[in-house]
Design a protein around this ligand. Structure first.
Ligand code: FES
Length: 608
């Protein structure tokens, strides 16, 4: 069932957006990039986010009564972070009093620097016989004056009396949301870091971010330590099925990889773990389950139900992640069992669901995760592509490492681009496979059904000698010992057919055609290496102009960084599952019909 969206209009900008019922006026403004003043990031404590509701109704909440004058409430002023939208609303937004610090991230997204972790320097009044407030209350009241809420657990309370007294009651409070993470002597506000992790099945990327400046201090990527348990999520899940010890083994492997990255980042930058207060981690559902030691096996069997899809906030020490022991690991939500937090991060980084442009975002891998839509409506799905794009089940396939052919150009001769530069080609990786098949189509050496021609079929063709026979199977010789077989082409057809079908099903549901698509965004590391022209020629993506097919790089990592730097953006990510409709492809009859229709290659005149 699709929820009816409600319309909100912001004056004096005259900007309108449509949101699901229950969204706050603050979040809805953020969706369309309208800055509303705030220092508490929407927690209802700073009182800076007030707007005046001029049409429609928004009831005054407890925080309104606490922070606004009764006359203001009567005039329609409301804290926009508390005012939930249950009918169409028009409101006036006062001019910003300060220009917020912002950075451009992701796909040209202007992100206002407003991290969840805040440091507040306080000079507290020392206790006297006349003022015997507890240490915790003294601190809490000082923070309230600055517009912050505070909840302190026992571990931090243990440190409070000595730190306050040793520092002469001049301290820096470190808050993650409302949680008091630490109390540090003196003014340490200049020293505040967090880390963004993209936990990929193959590769992990960690970026240490300076939360004060919004700049990356350093970034590092390394192979996932779970690799010995299998290359893809299914083999990791299978290993986990051996019992709790195996799940622990997988958890330890990923946590030690993360800690290894952290150790190098700390070494390189001189930043200490005690000054790194938060980690935002994104990844597919299996990776996040294993990060927390949660059994992922139900993800692999019908009806594919994860243990959790909600965003989690977990003490770093519970997982053994080496940041501040009272710091937190925050994840983003998932949209479905196979459209995980990495895709939500990608949506955040590309801004798909907040702009009017109609775009499709495709993360090509063993699964093709697809998000299609714009600010009005968006859909997501996962199409099972199989391992062809990873170079598996391809006769001479290999991962994208040194010696892999990653680009192919056919003319009178064969030109190859090999990873590692001047090394002999050893095999072909996913992007090379896509390129090779596109070039064979262009050269007329395979037909639209995917059938490879024989040398006899193409007399006089400059490359006819390359059409060979390998164990009775037709093949094209790319280099000494490296060739592409008819079977490989079929594997690619299935893989690209599945993703193309996923896109088509979503386009049909939205009732749009290729001409309505403004852009095709290719995410993930594979998307960065894929030649857009070739992707279009083989029919992996809809045939839009090639300059509208854009590789968006590590959009998952960018999204994690954005969520680390901006509490408001994080809220936007939390709301994405309510804004994007998840479409399950298995069991849809239109999937099978469409799949058959896109298995062949598009006629070249159709792709331009
Ligand atoms: S009260 Fe701070 S943003 Fe609403």
């Amino acid at each position: 069932m699709i929820q009816r969206k409600l319309e909100v209009r912001y004056l004096p900008f005259d900007r309108t957006t449509r949101v699901p019922p229950g969204t706050t006026l603050f979040s809805a403004a953020h969706w369309i990039g309208l800055p509303i003043d705030s220092t508490c990031g929407g927690r209802g404590t700073c009182g800076k986010c007030k707007v005046r509701v001029t049409e429609g109704r928004a009831d005054a909440e407890t925080a309104d009564h606490r922070l606004l004058r009764p006359a203001e409430i009567d005039e329609g002023w409301r804290l926009s972070c508390q005012a939930r939208i249950y009918e169409d609303i028009t409101c006036e937004v006062p001019q910003l009093l300060r220009v917020p610090k912002a950075a451009t991230m992701g796909l040209g997204r202007l992100v206002i620097l407003d991290p969840n972790v805040r440091k507040v320097y306080l000079e507290l009044a020392e206790p006297t016989l006349e003022d015997q407030r507890s240490d915790a209350l003294r601190l809490k009241e000082a923070l309230t004056e600055e517009g912050h809420d505070m909840v302190a657990g026992v571990p931090v309370l243990r440190t409070l009396p000595s730190v306050l007294r040793e520092s002469g009651f001049r301290v820096t409070a470190v808050l993650a949301g409302e949680h008091l993470v630490a109390i540090e002597p003196g003014d340490t506000t200049g020293d505040c870091f967090g880390v963004a992790f993209d936990v990929g099945t193959t590769t992990l990327v960690g970026t240490l971010m300076n939360l004060r400046t919004g700049m990356a201090a350093s970034v590092l990527s390394t192979l996932n330590g779970q690799a010995p348990f299998g290359a893809d999520v299914i083999s990791r899940i299978s290993h986990g099925m051996n019992g709790p010890d195996s799940i622990r083994e997988l958890q330890n492997a990923v946590v030690s990889t993360m800690n290894g990255i952290l150790a190098s980042l700390y070494r390189e930058t001189g930043v200490s773990p005690e000054r790194t207060y938060e980690a935002v981690a994104v990844g597919n559902a299996t990776m996040l389950h294993l990060l927390f030691g949660i059994d992922p096996s139900p993800l692999a069997v019908m009806p594919f139900t994860p243990a959790f899809m909600e965003p989690l906030s977990v003490l770093a020490s519970d997982v053994g992640l080496e940041i501040h022991p009272r710091g937190y690991i925050q994840t983003l939500p998932a949209l479905g069992a196979y459209v995980g937090a990495d895709i939500v991060a990608g949506v955040l980084a590309t801004g798909i669901v907040r702009e009017d442009k109609m775009r499709v975002f495709v993360d090509v891998g063993t699964n093709g995760e697809i998000v299609l839509g714009n600010a009005q409506r968006a859909l997501a799905t996962a199409a099972p592509a199989g391992p062809a794009f990873e170079g598996s089940q391809i006769r001479c396939g290999m991962r994208a490492t040194d010696g892999a052919i990653e680009g192919v150009q056919l003319g009178d001769t064969v030109e190859l681009q090999v990873i590692g530069g001047d090394v002999p080609p050893e095999g072909i990786c996913g992007s090379g496979l896509v390129d090779a098949v596109a070039q064979l189509l262009l050269a007329g050496l395979i037909d639209y059904s995917g059938r490879m021609k024989t040398a006899d079929d193409v007399p006089g063709h400059p490359l006819r000698d390359r059409l060979i026979d390998v164990d009775g199977i037709r093949a094209f010789l790319l280099a000494d010992g490296v060739y592409l077989t008819q079977k490989d082409i079929r594997e690619l057809q299935f893989a690209k057919g599945s993703i193309a079908t996923g896109i088509k099903v979503l386009m049909d549901i939205l009732g749009i055609e290729t001409k309505d698509l403004d852009e095709v965004l290719l995410g993930g590391s594979f998307g960065s290496y894929l030649n857009p022209e070739s992707a279009k020629i083989i029919g992996l993506v809809p045939p839009v102009d090639v300059d509208r097919i854009i590789a968006v790089g590590n959009s998952a990592g960018e999204g994690a960084k954005i969520a680390l730097l901006s509490y408001r953006e994080r809220q936007v990510a939390f709301e994405l599952p309510g804004r994007i409709e998840y479409v399950e492809l298995s069991g849809r009859t239109d999937f099978n019909d469409a799949f058959v229709s896109v298995l062949g290659f598009p006629h070249l005149e159709l792709v331009g």
